[in-house]
Design a protein around this ligand. Sequence first.
Ligand SMILES: Cc1cc2nc3c(=O)[nH]c(=O)nc-3n(C[C@H](O)[C@H](O)[C@H](O)COP(=O)(O)OP(=O)(O)OC[C@H]3O[C@@H](n4cnc5c(N)ncnc54)[C@H](O)[C@@H]3O)c2cc1C
Length: 393
Amino acid sequence: MNGAALPAHSGAGGRGRAEAPEIVIVGGGFAGCAAAIALAGKGRKVVLIEAAPAIPNLFRAEKLAGDQLPLLEELGLLDDFKAASTPVEEFVNIRGRHIVDISRQLQLNMLYRDMIKVLRKRIPAQVTLRYDRVEDIVTGEDRQRVTLAGGETIEPRLVVLATGHGEALRRKLRLKRARAHAQQTISVAFTLTPPVDGFMFQSLTAYGESQGDRVDYISLFPIGADMRANLFLFSDIEDRRLKAIEERGMSALLELLPGLRPWVGDCGWVGDFASFPVELCNVENVVRPGLVVIGDAFRTSCPAVGTGLSCALVDVVCLRDLVGSWFATPGMGAEKIAAFYGAPRKMARDFSTHALAFRRRRAVADESRAGEFRQAAYYLARGLRDRLRRFAS
Ligand SMILES: Cc1cc2nc3c(=O)[nH]c(=O)nc-3n(C[C@H](O)[C@H](O)[C@H](O)COP(=O)(O)OP(=O)(O)OC[C@H]3O[C@@H](n4cnc5c(N)ncnc54)[C@H](O)[C@@H]3O)c2cc1C
């Protein structure tokens, strides 16, 4: 029965079934919660089902910037995130002992679980939030069947799959997951406490120092009184440098990025080391009746590029803009669903995220002399641009 098509709508659910909502969203992470808010805002009857009753302390995005801020504004959520985060506007960007440039843009820093808390608080009362595991989804032209862990079924017209990296439901739905690149991104996070005289920067990015070290960059940014660190490497989880940082803290970090030394002074090492490998994957045979796949469940993005939340937000906005016309006519056939994946805004965001991930990997992993020269020229040009800009202003 898994993945099979359901017959046309036969009325209300049978014994043990809840009253049918219009939309069931599976997964209450960033994408699922934002979708619940946006779709309820369009007057849809939504049930949001999340497996974990307490918000887990997952290592995911820890900052919001760039197009994420206007997207949050578009969804009426920006002020909530501003109020709950630590904002920064100035970034010192270094490579080795040299300052590449100093850049300015608003960035809102907060742990991922706090982002989810902000979103859950904004879920309106008309959304039913249920803590349960969805075990199965069967899709059809007109209605869908969602089966919960206890056997209860719900039959909405549309299912939104927002289960992130979770593989079980994608497998049951026979959604083919394809790896887009052989190289994983290893993301590492930890917290530093300020040195006696405080840090001498608001926020700092240190790029990999030697060609071939597979270090993309480390980003240091404040959350509350502490300095959070996100380090990104194009490597694998067995990389012994990760173990060294976990075991020896700052001394191993400074062996990897010696240029950091004058910037971090005698800062403290909290010891909350976390690492997470991400494969670049997307779902191939995704267009099918009654089901929309959003966020990381649709495509994982490279954490170093920092646009996973942009993709999730663009997914939500595109879905919000389409549901009105979908529910205005009978059926939820594949032709309606295809409009979501073909939405120009979504395609543009997904394409540029993907292209950036490939470009970064190529630049960092290229160990040839030409690659080394290209990287040096890139940082030199950035520095010159910055100096010219400052000279002109
Ligand atoms: C280490 C790391 C660093 C990152 N850094 C950045 C960054 O700096 N900037 C950026 O923009 N992006 C970043 N990203 C990407 C960004 O975090 C993700 O794109 C985003 O969190 C995806 O949200 P999501 O809701 O799709 O998935 P998730 O947040 O993973 O949510 C999925 C939810 O589904 C639930 N679920 C799963 N299966 C079931 C089931 N069967 N029934 C019910 N519920 C279920 C899970 O419990 C979970 O709550 C990073 C990612 C990683 C891994």
